[in-house]
Design a protein around this ligand. Structure first.
Ligand code: F0G
Length: 452
């Protein structure tokens, strides 16, 4: 019993009610707002409160441990996410531990010298979702759940299917038909999910699922589930560790359903509160132009009520018009002073190819961060002397079709000059050495792609 008191409580982010028995849709039973994990013992000064010096050392030591939990880049930080009564319930695929790369060409191009990407696409199923899926599936195991379910634009479903398979659970997926990439669909099928393709969009899939979970014994693992966000917090913790706990000035995150930006903001605010860091970075959220619900919410209602949009973008991962965690994201923007911007399809495509030309592949939704950085620099919101970390959320192979269409000049009816400069179509050559050497000579006299 004493152990149980140390684990997370779920508190309504609207009215503050502590929800003792969450309902299937994981919303507050008093006011219907989202719940968030809170840790009452952290409020009390004393031995129960995380100790920054001791924990920074302990987390470092765990990097050399042979224990499976220590080898996870999520559970290595388990003191910051005590959600399990028994840690033996943890289901891990050695998630997290993702690289932080310093950019050079993009740093020159943007004028921001200290420019980094934290590549969350290097997770086991190729997206940041794994860091939250390990925690929510572990919690589901502890709760004795048999079926888990999500609506998805493809990455959540791939991740859920893998972790459910590891935990021996069944899983149900709702996806918008023909609107998720083939790579993501194939991953989800491979890991054994029951996949329903619905002739609608993501927002409607999620709405339908919230009704299904109230009528059938399935456990919702979309990011409305607060246990997901607890795992996703670790991207920020790991980033700080990789920077030697030197706090960057800006963190830039793509925005879709807004779980990730909420989780990263929550982590930074908690670390600040607990004394792990003494300043806060500005957390900025970037959306695709055709799916800019949060941007409009901030502009038109100052963050007071959600402006939903009919979502459209080739960055299918963030083709979301009614983001569930919008209120949490507004809180993050307000408490860190971050900006909220949108970028065009051309800007996304060019930014993605620019990262690729630097050896950093990512999926389109991730590239909104670099495209957004250019705009934030132009506005003077980001200054050349500042340190910036952009969160790349998915692996380049998640949407190979987009990449091929880009390089063959077929992605958009009109390509910008920036897009054209990165375009790298495959070349048809005859099947003999002479023909290949001719190609080589032709390209030897041309500058390498892009930013010469
Ligand atoms: N980047 C990628 C690659 C994503 O897959 C998603 C969301 C986001 C960014 C946006 O993150 O929703 O936390 O704001 N993908 C979800 C899915 C919706 O179903 O895979 P968010």
């Amino acid at each position: 019993m004493a152990r149980k008191q140390n684990i997370a409580q779920l508190r309504c982010m609207g009215c503050g009610y502590i929800e003792p028995t969450p309902t299937a849709d994981l919303r507050c039973t008093k006011c219907r707002e989202l719940l968030e994990a809170v840790y009452p013992t952290w409020q009390k000064r004393g031995s129960q409160q995380p100790n920054p010096v001791a924990l920074k050392n302990l987390w470092q030591q765990r990097r050399t441990s042979l224990d499976a939990l220590d080898q996870s880049g999520v559970w290595r930080f388990r003191e910051l996410l005590p959600i399990l009564a028994d840690i033996k319930n943890a289901v891990t695929l050695a998630e997290g531990n993702t690289p932080l790369y310093k950019l050079q060409q993009s740093a020159r191009q943007s004028g921001v010298e200290q420019l980094y990407v934290k590549h969350l696409g290097m997770n086991p199923t190729g997206s940041f979702k794994d860091t939250g899926m390990t925690t929510v599936i572990s919690k589901a195991r502890e709760l004795g759940v048999k079926w888990v379910a999500c609506a998805s634009t493809g990455n959540t479903s791939s991740s859920m299917a893998a972790y459910a398979a590891r935990a021996g659970m069944r899983c149900l997926v709702l996806v918008p038909q023909d609107k998720i990439s083939v790579g993501k669909l194939s991953q989800t099928l491979e890991y054994g999910a029951v996949v329903c393709q619905l002739p609608t969009d993501f927002d409607e899939c999620l709405k339908i699922l919230s009704e299904v979970v109230q009528q059938a014994p399935v456990y919702l693992v979309n990011s409305a589930n607060p246990y997901r966000l607890e795992g996703q917090k670790t991207a920020a913790v790991e980033m700080l560790e990789q920077l030697g706990w030197k706090v960057p000035d800006h963190v830039i995150v793509p925005g879709g359903n807004l779980g990730n930006s909420s989780a990263i903001g929550k982590a930074l605010l908690e670390l600040h509160e607990l004394g792990f860091i003494s300043t806060l970075p500005k957390v900025s959220i970037i959306q695709a132009e055709g799916s800019r619900a949060l941007v409009r919410t901030m502009q038109e209602t100052k963050g007071e009520s959600l402006v939903s949009v009919k979502a459209e973008t080739l960055a299918t991962a963030i083709r979301i018009g009614s983001p569930v965690s919008w209120r949490k994201a507004v809180n993050v923007l307000r408490s860190t002073g971050g900006a909220c911007e949108y970028v065009s399809e051309q800007e996304i495509a060019a930014a993605k190819a620019q990262l690729g030309a630097e050896g950093i592949g990512c999926e389109p939704a991730s590239a909104v961060t670099l495209a957004g950085l250019y705009n934030l620099c132009k506005q003077g919101f980001v200054k050349p002397s500042e340190t910036v970390v952009m969160m790349l959320t998915g692996h380049v192979l998640k949407d190979a079709d987009y990449v091929i269409r880009f390089h063959s000049g077929q992605l958009l009816p009109e390509a910008s000059e920036a897009m054209k400069s990165f375009c790298n179509p495959p070349i048809q050559a005859d099947a003999n050495p002479k023909s290949v050497i001719e190609v080589l000579e032709r390209f030897t006299n041309e500058p390498a792609r892009a930013l010469a």
